[in-house]
Write a protein that binds this ligand. Structure first.
Ligand code: ZN
Ligand code: ZN
Length: 255
């Protein structure tokens, strides 16, 4: 059935499309897409739109542009729901982009379970953070590396950046510096926000109409009704005059 319904309608999951209202919105990326809401009571800038699976702050919508900037790091402002995910043992063969020596250190040779926490970032967008262990809770605070180890890592990074200035992008290098300055905390206090580069503000909106045009109510004249015939108009006039006459008589009684 999905093949016959535009992708944008899948979210509605309601069989009755007569409750779907069409709007045109202007976004701050200059795009003017058409959007749909259930009923017509909530204008698009007050409705809650989604980025992949999580709600966006009010007034924002996702509009994907291939030339958007890379995701920025944002500080974690709030910890939300927790879930556990079990992974199978890693294959013996290293992935294409990993050296066998590094793989021998990283590889999990048995199935393992990690805890993921939903986090709200300072920008209001939602991402997921991996906890350092299954028993970790936000109240535990981040775990830091030993100061001597951090000092050693700091020297190693400086050497590596000197040897290869393109080792990390400017953004990642600044993130690494902040991690070192804070004692290499886990979980990391900031995350990449994949919503920020594609989230747009709704600047203006316009009503288009119901997705399925509604039947005119009980045949009463509307703006687009055909012009009534002369005899119909005369009939209505006589009726209106009779009603006026009745009201006048009623007024006389009150006087
Ligand atoms: Zn756009
Ligand atoms: Zn964001």
């Amino acid at each position: 059935m999905r093949g016959y319904i535009p992708r944008v309608l899948w979210d509605f999951l309601i069989p009755d499309l007569t409750h779907v209202f069409r709007w045109r919105v202007q976004l701050d990326c200059d795009c003017i897409p058409e959007v749909l809401t259930r009923e017509d009571g909530t204008p698009p800038h007050e409705a809650q739109w989604k980025a992949l699976h999580s709600p966006l702050p009010p007034g924002q919508m996702i509009c994907h542009h291939d030339d958007s900037p890379p995701p920025p790091y944002r500080e974690i402002a709030e910890w939300g729901e927790r879930r556990e995910v079990t992974f199978p043992a890693d294959p013996v063969e290293p992935p294409d982009d990993t050296a066998p020596r590094v793989w021998s250190v990283l590889r999990h040779d048995e199935p393992h379970t990690s805890a993921f926490w939903e986090v709200t970032l300072a920008c209001g967008h939602v991402e997921e953070a991996i906890a350092p262990s299954l028993d970790w809770v936000p109240a535990s605070g981040p775990r830091c590396a030993a100061p001597e180890r951090v000092q050693q890592m700091s020297a190693e990074f400086e050497d590596a950046w000197r040897a290869n200035p393109k080792l990390q992008t400017e953004r990642d290098r600044e993130h690494t510096r902040r991690m070192l300055a804070n004692g290499w905390p886990t979980p990391e206090p900031e995350q990449l926000c994949y919503s920020c580069p594609q989230a747009r503000m709704i600047l203006a909106y316009e009503r288009i109409g119901w997705l399925v045009p509604r039947q005119r109510q009980s045949g009463k004249a509307a703006g687009t009704a055909p012009t009534p015939s002369r005899s119909a108009l005369e009939r209505r006039l006589r009726k209106a005059e009779a009603e006026a006459e009745r009201l006048r008589a009623e007024l006389d009684r009150i006087d």
